[in-house]
Design a protein around this ligand. Structure first.
Ligand code: NAP
Ligand code: G4F
Length: 331
């Protein structure tokens, strides 16, 4: 019998790649989606539309991380073997505008799932989408599984809370509960308001004469950017281990937002300085200046390592946005 996985945040960037990966592994995949006034399944619609490849092994259920009863009912009904908890208010800048909501959904949302597991009397393996944002004002370089946390945003604080809850449920109840501490990971499916995708979409639009200027905030921040499609495989690998644990998932390289800009504009033969303007509204009250992860534990224990590095990532995102803008019907 095929394994059953439940994915929160299935409509997001990572959820869509993970659903694809799990279906290809033969899983029956269930996802929680929110009711919205517009369609919000654009990233997973293709999984429904290819019955020969995917069959009817993808099931979507309405629910919300703010609604415990729906979570408990779903777990009673489904009794999944694995839970990938990816749902969150995931935007750092926005978390300064809606800190209470972010704490509730990104932080307490994890408690709701963990308690629903206990309430339903199920014993799934559990993955928590922890974040390099927890390292914040970094205590050491590069960051590893033992680097202390110093979050710099309401989002980062909520993720630290959820991280420790996951550790606590592992220690208190013997749950196979795992934290993947993922550094920034991007793709053509990245939300349009995160900096990489904002840049690659603008580069494509500027190249095609559809836009002139791009407004950005802090260009000095440095991030360890990897490819989302590869990172979801690490999530799965964590849940295939005999023992639960916490892992840093990163490339081990760091680049500034300015370097990302240079490389993206270089892909289409343009000079970024002619198009990029500063707008203070994109700056944060407190910034994370430098992130760079050491993924050696993931390599040693999980056998995971990233293949797509910085320049390839920028190129594949720019190419995809050019293609999409040239063929809007494919969007
Ligand atoms: P994303 O694209 O923003 O997706 C977030 C998902 O959470 C979406 O499916 C969203 O649904 C769902 N969601 C938001 N609020 C919800 C609520 N109240 N109830 C139920 N679902 C809700 O994020 P991502 O980039 O795929 O990241 C996945 C997870 O990894 C997140 O927890 C994020 O914080 C974490 N993370 C991401 C990165 C990264 O670089 N991408 C790095 C480290 C950790 P809608 O589609 O309806 O909005
Ligand atoms: O793309 P960003 O918004 O990503 P950020 O803040 O690093 O958070 C992402 O990665 C985290 C992992 O460390 C995840 F947990 C989180 O969910 C999310 O996926 O911003 C990257 C950098 C920041 O330093 C920001 O100040 O880009 C800088 N930036 C400069 N101008 C901008 C902009 N960021 C955004 N979003 N928009 C700008 O116009």
């Amino acid at each position: 019998m095929s394994k059953k996985a439940l994915v929160t945040g299935i409509t997001g960037q990572d959820g869509s790649y993970l659903a694809e990966f799990l279906l290809a592994q033969g899983y029956e995949v269930h996802g929680i989606i929110r009711r919205a006034s517009t369609f919000n399944t654009g990233r997973i619609d293709h999984l429904y539309q290819d019955p020969h490849v995917m069959g009817v092994r993808l099931f979507l259920h309405y629910g919300d991380l703010g609604d415990s009863v729906s979570l408990v009912k779903l777990l009673y009904e489904l009794r999944p073997d694995e839970i990938y908890h990816l749902g969150a208010q995931s935007h750092v800048r926005v978390s300064f505008d809606i800190p209470e909501y972010t704490s509730d959904i990104t932080g307490v949302g994890t408690v709701r799932i963990l308690e629903a597991i206990r309430e339903a009397g199920v014993r799934p393996k559990f993955y928590q989408a922890s974040s390099s944002e927890m390292f914040g004002k970094v205590a050491e370089v590069p960051q590893t599984e033992t680097t202390p946390f110093h979050p710099r945003s309401p989002y980062g604080c909520a993720k630290v809370f959820a991280y420790w809850l996951t550790v606590n449920y592992r220690e208190a109840y013997g749950l196979h509960a795992n934290n993947g501490i993922l550094f920034n990971h991007e793709s053509p499916r990245r939300g349009e308001t995160f900096v990489t995708r904002k840049i690659t979409r603008a580069v494509a639009a500027i190249k095609l004469g559809m836009q002139e200027k791009l407004y950005l905030g802090n260009l000095d921040a440095r991030r360890d950017w990897g490819y989302a499609k590869e990172y979801v495989e690490a999530m799965w690998l964590m849940l295939q281990q005999d023992k639960p644990d916490d892992y840093v998932i990163a490339t081990g390289e760091t680049h500034s937002v300015r370097e990302f800009l240079e490389e993206a504009f270089h892909c289409v033969g343009l000079d970024w300085q002619k198009h990029v303007m500063h707008d203070i509204k994109y700056e944060r009250p407190s910034e994370v200046d430098l992130l760079i992860g050491n993924p050696s534990k993931a390599k040693r224990v999980l056998g995971w390592e990233p293949k797509i590095k910085f320049k390839d990532l920028v190129r594949l995102m720019v190419d995809s946005d050019l293609e999409t803008l040239k063929n809007p019907e494919k969007r």
